[in-house]
Ligand binder design. Structure first.
Ligand SMILES: Cc1ncc(COP(=O)(O)O)c(C=O)c1O
Length: 393
């Protein structure tokens, strides 16, 4: 089946008794019983599939996990309460039996960097940050630190650098370190990191997968090697996704292919328009032929699907000028998130990368003039018209 067919069929329409619901309902039960105690025993022992207790399994959540597993090509998928919980769980799973050292991209979602430095740092895990688009630097860092995990974002937040997941996977495997790829910005429609050798894929389901601004959720898609330990951690710690959120995410995914196609096309038009505007100093868009990772994009991404995120620096602007611009936006929503059906603008220094010090932000290229835009499914002309009136001139 093609990707868009899987989005509407995988995971759904499982037989329940003597009927089949066309969409998976929301199961709210916290526990389940069977005809015999022997059967319940087998379910608890995972010799037979089925729900037993909500921290272990829930039929709505299982349907979502099966769907995403099919889309990403994983061995197994687990849903959890947020994207950050998915990052946390994947790191824990990787480090349980491995050296407590991480090599990570130097430009990640701010909370991921913060989690590595503070939460894992406090537990004695050393993290070494490196430019993962510089393969020689990455290879040297992996050789020097012999990490227990390598962490990258396939498309980085917010500067939209695109790393060579296949080559990074080969370097990580050679060193015996699982590669964890946050694939939130790319979605499995654009890139499937497990097919390129990654060990675990993370999603903030809050973003493109759910897509309508009404869910907080995360997903970890795993290879065979890491799935057992992930499952044990989830069952022990209880960071599960609720059934209502699973239902909404599954409903969102049914239109993922349609939404992504439109959003990617809108982002391309907006990026081209911004690049020609005198108040815009610099545009970051992976579909730009002059993008620093254009060769990787051409090699790994589908033609014309280069993501729906655009970032740009307002010429000579600081926080005040950026705020004035954002307050003038009328249709584009100035709120913290991305990937929704409505276009959104965000100021990284205030929200996604707030936890980093100003010096740290400057070092990784996140200037006070930077705005991040998530293109929605509106008419491109309306997005551009809103930007035009807010920019003036
Ligand atoms: C790339 C990326 N990863 C992870 C997260 C965290 O996801 P959540 O907010 O669902 O915890 C975000 C949130 O913006 C993100 O942009």
């Amino acid at each position: 089946m093609k990707f868009e067919s899987k989005t509407v069929h995988a995971g759904d329409r499982k037989k329940a008794g003597n009927y089949v619901p066309v969409t998976t309902p929301i199961y709210t039960a916290s526990s389940y019983f069977y005809d015999t105690m022997d059967q319940l025993d087998r379910v608890f022992g995972r010799e037979e599939q089925g729900p037993s207790y909500a921290r272990y399994d829930n039929p709505t959540v299982t349907a979502l996990q099966d769907l995403v597993n099919e889309l990403e090509g994983g061995h197994g998928t687990l849903a959890c309460s947020s994207g950050m919980m998915a990052v946390h769980l994947a790191l824990l799973a990787a480090l349980v039996d491995r050296p407590k050292r991480v090599v990570a991209g130097n430009v990640l979602y701010g909370a991921t960097t913060h989690m590595l430095m503070t939460v894992f740092g406090a537990l004695g895990v050393e993290t070494h940050f490196v430019d993962v688009c510089d393969l020689a630097a990455l290879e040297a860092a992996v050789a020097e630190h012999q990490p227990g995990a390598v962490v990258v974002e396939s498309v980085s937040n917010p500067l939209l650098r695109v790393c060579a997941v296949d080559k990074i996977a080969a370097i990580s495997r050679h060193a015996g370190a699982p590669l964890i790829v946050d694939n939130t910005f790319a979605t499995p429609m654009l890139l499937r990191p497990l097919e390129l050798g990654a060990s675990m894929v993370i999603h903030s389901a809050t973003k493109y997968l759910a897509g309508h601004g009404d869910v907080l959720g995360g997903l970890i898609v795993s290879d065979k090697e890491n799935f057992e330990v992930l499952t044990t951690l989830l069952r022990t710690m209880g960071p599960n996704l609720g059934p209502f959120e699973a239902y909404l995410t599954m409903r969102g995914i049914k239109t993922l292919a349609l939404r992504m196609e439109k959003q990617c096309a809108n982002a391309r038009k907006v990026a081209a328009w911004l690049a020609a505007h005198p108040r815009v100093e610099c545009v970051y868009f992976p579909g730009d032929p002059n993008h620093p990772d254009a060769a990787t994009v051409a090699r790994l991404y589908p033609k014309d699907l280069h993501g729906a995120m655009v970032a740009f620096d307002l010429r000579g602007a600081g926080k005040q000028e950026v705020f004035a611009f954002m307050e003038k936006l009328e249709m584009i929503v100035c709120a913290t998130s991305l990937g929704d059906v409505h276009s959104m603008a965000l100021y990284p220094a205030m929200s996604s990368h707030r936890d980093l010090s100003p010096k740290h932000r400057e070092r990784i290229g996140i200037r006070d003039s930077l705005v991040r835009l998530s293109a929605g499914i509106e008419a491109a002309e309306d997005i551009i018209a809103d930007l035009a009136q807010a920019l003036g001139g």
